[in-house]
Design a protein around this ligand. Structure first.
Ligand SMILES: O=C(O)C(=O)C[C@]1(C(=O)O)C=C[C@@H](O)C=C1
Length: 329
């Protein structure tokens, strides 16, 4: 498949590398000339059968692309969609942005419609649940996505054929494809990704006490790792999902208030122990056990039921009628 990757930071760069390594024609573009030069130099050093291209302009990437993958931060997505629409691109668009409802709204506003009222290009919202605290093409890795959950949104507006095309491609990267809606995705990532970034930053901000730097060990290191992420990326993720993040933050603050009350109880040891028990139970029950694989029809109803139950897809059959699914036990 010919895939254009727009935005060559950690995620876009890793996608470019992974697609090229998988035998696809991958052509990337980044608005920053220094990033383009770095990606071009790296391509020259890659094995000949896993080499990607870097275009001089976004428009150049669209010429042969069957699929355009937008891997920029949310604030840049509108401008990229405008350029895709201005070029009259009529293929398929996906993205790797960490919030899905705002991107869907931008697509609806910006991607344009054919005269007959049909969309100019197809769109399937995506989000690979992978990353690291280091940013930029220099940190990109062809194996970054292996084993990760890759959300592909399946909403009323999604064309199933388009969805299956993107799902087939990303399963080749060794990911777990999670079919879900944009709303369910945005609520879930507020809890498991966005608020943890705020919490990591809060822990780091509060760490300016004597001896902290000397004594910090595993708990501080694990709890604050993502505070090293570029502040602009944390801001784009959380600010772009402010409604669900506020709700998840309120839930966390309520938990911390309970912890505070436990510390003020007559028997703080017993009270904090009782407070900590449910968290221990949740954390130690992960990862959950999984049943053997099953074959399910690639019908939106079955795909969404799988995602809702906590399952995922590992492959799509060549005739696209069925998929290999892993369901929770
Ligand atoms: O591992 C990390 O460093 C990450 O922050 C990855 C992480 C996350 O787990 O929150 C960050 C943002 C992405 O959109 C998905 C995953």
């Amino acid at each position: 498949m010919d895939v254009a990757v727009i935005g060559l930071g950690l995620i876009g760069g890793s996608l470019l590398r992974a697609l090229a390594a998988g035998g696809h024609r991958a052509i990337g573009f980044d608005a920053d000339p220094a990033t383009r030069a770095m990606a071009r130099n790296a391509a020259a050093q890659a094995p000949a059968d896993a080499r990607w291209e870097v275009a001089k302009s976004l428009r150049d990437t669209l010429r042969h692309a069957d699929l355009v993958a937008i891997a920029t931060p949310l604030p840049a997505v509108g401008g990229v969609l405008d350029q895709i629409a201005a070029a009259g691109y009529s293929g398929l668009v996906t993205d790797a942005v960490s919030v899905k409802q705002p991107v869907r709204e931008l697509v609806n506003q910006r991607l344009g419609w054919r005269d007959g009222g049909q969309r100019l290009a197809g769109y399937v919202g995506g989000h690979p649940m992978a990353g690291r605290e280091r940013a930029g093409f220099a940190a990109a890795d062809a194996d970054l996505f292996r084993g990760c959950a890759w959300v592909l949104c399946l909403d009323a507006e999604t064309d199933l054929g388009d969805w299956l095309t993107v799902a087939t491609l990303v399963t080749e990267l060794g990911v777990r494809v999670v079919p879900t809606t944009a709303i369910a995705h945005d609520e879930a990532v507020a809890t498991v990704s966005h608020v943890p970034h705020l919490l990591a930053s809060a822990l780091s901000r509060a760490a300016a006490v004597p001896l902290a730097g000397t004594l910090a060990a595993g708990s501080f290191r694990d709890g604050t790792r993502v505070a090293s992420s570029p502040p602009g990326l944390i801001a784009a993720m959380c600010g772009g999902n402010s409604g669900p993040v506020l709700a998840a933050l309120d839930a966390l603050l309520a938990e911390l208030t309970l912890a505070r009350e436990a510390l003020q109880a007559d028997d703080p040891v017993a009270a904090v122990g009782s407070w900590a028990q449910p968290g221990h139970d949740v954390r130690t029950s992960w990862p959950r056990g999984w049943s053997a694989t099953a074959t399910i029809p690639t019908h939106p109803k079955d795909l969404l039921a799988l995602g809702e139950s906590g399952g995922w897809l590992t492959s799509i059959s060549p005739d696209r009628q069925t998929a290999t699914a892993v369901r929770p036990t």
